[in-house]
Design a protein around this ligand. Structure first.
Ligand code: G3H
Ligand code: 13P
Ligand code: ZN
Length: 315
């Protein structure tokens, strides 16, 4: 199977009550860890590239790595998505570059502007068999290139169920990221982690059969934070979305679950451990290799135990 767009993936995910993992890639080791995991678990896959990733690794390098992934794993359906595209021009460039999915994130703009920009991207993308994801409501947290609302304001910026039908009808978008209390990064909650499942259910009721997307879905696993802190790191109060909440959302209308931070934590934890336990080691293969294996282990766990898309590559 060559590169695919997400239409069939989402149709199957919705019907069968699982979610497809959308993993952010920044380098070769992360990408290899992900594909080795999903190949073994026979899971569908979405690889995505953020602006930060493009600036770090250059899109041409990431594209070349992804092309090898697709070529060497012909049995696995793989979609490639532009994560948080911010302008029509950026989305057009990625459609032209052969991405099978683009996200236009105009969620910080007023509703009418968000609809108009999304529609413009949809018209360009659909003419080339590329699907489009848009966003309603605003996430919290601040990543390098994705600015969210402050933590105290998250509950005031949830997606508004009253807007979703109009948004989807007028824009023609294929999937919708809905803010339900998550945020990007490793510090998602100050107190008890809580998602707005009532909002998610209301949106799902208003859009029967329509695939929804959850950003900021990393769980910031204690195992990795503890390792990082044990081996010289400093990540107090890191907190993610509990995995049972991600699993619950995946069984509802969430068909795509975005994960980046958990990959970074797995990689960093292992590298720190090797550096501390073997201070004389200076061969990058000796720490990037084990770090890649940790990423693989993590992704196997996610697709098998949390998103429950393992075994669904051939749906
Ligand atoms: O959407 C957020 C992703 O985690 C990307 O983050 O811009 O630092 O690559 P980044
Ligand atoms: P995390 O920071 O929770 O991994 O979210 C990633 C994301 O939403 C990418 O778009
Ligand atoms: Zn995101």
């Amino acid at each position: 199977m060559a590169l695919v767009n997400t239409r069939k993936m989402f149709e199957m995910a919705y019907k069968n009550g699982y979610a497809v993992g959308a993993f952010n890639v920044n380098n070769m080791e992360i990408t290899q860890g992900i594909i080795e995991a999903v190949a073994e678990e026979k899971a569908p896959l979405i690889l995505q590239v953020s602006r930060g990733a493009r600036e770090y690794a250059k899109n041409s390098y990431l594209r070349a790595i992804i092309d090898v992934v697709v070529k060497e794993n012909p049995e696995i359906p793989v979609a490639i998505n532009l994560d948080h595209g911010d302008t029509f021009e950026t989305c057009r460039q990625f459609v032209d570059d052969g991405f099978t999915s683009v996200m236009i994130d105009a969620s910080s703009k007023p509703l009418e502007e968000n609809i108009a920009l999304t529609k413009e991207v949809v018209e360009y993308a659909h003419a080339r068999d590329v699907v489009v994801e848009a966003e309603l409501g605003q996430l919290g947290g601040i990543e390098e290139d994705v600015v969210g609302v402050s933590d105290d304001d998250i509950s005031k910026h949830l997606a508004d169920p009253n807007q979703v039908e109009e948004f989807v009808r007028k824009s023609g978008v294929d999937s919708l990221a809905v803010a339900i209390g998550t945020s990007h990064g490793a510090y998602k909650f100050k107190k008890e982690p809580k998602l707005a499942f009532d909002v998610l259910q209301e949106i799902a009721d208003r859009l029967p059969g329509f695939p929804l997307v959850m950003h900021g879905s990393s769980s910031v696993l204690k195992e990795f934070v503890d390792l990082i802190n044990k081996y010289g790191g400093d990540m107090p109060n890191a907190m993610g979305v509990p995995e049972d909440s991600v699993a619950k959302a995946s069984k509802m209308a969430i068909c795509k679950v975005n994960i980046d931070t958990d990959l970074r934590l797995a990689l960093t934890a292992k590298i720190r451990q090797v550096f501390c336990e073997k201070p004389g080691e200076f061969d990058p293969r000796k720490y990037l290799g084990p770090a890649r294996a940790k990423v693989k282990e993590l992704v196997r766990h996610k697709v098998h135990d949390v998103l429950c898309c393992a075994g669904h590559a051939f749906d």
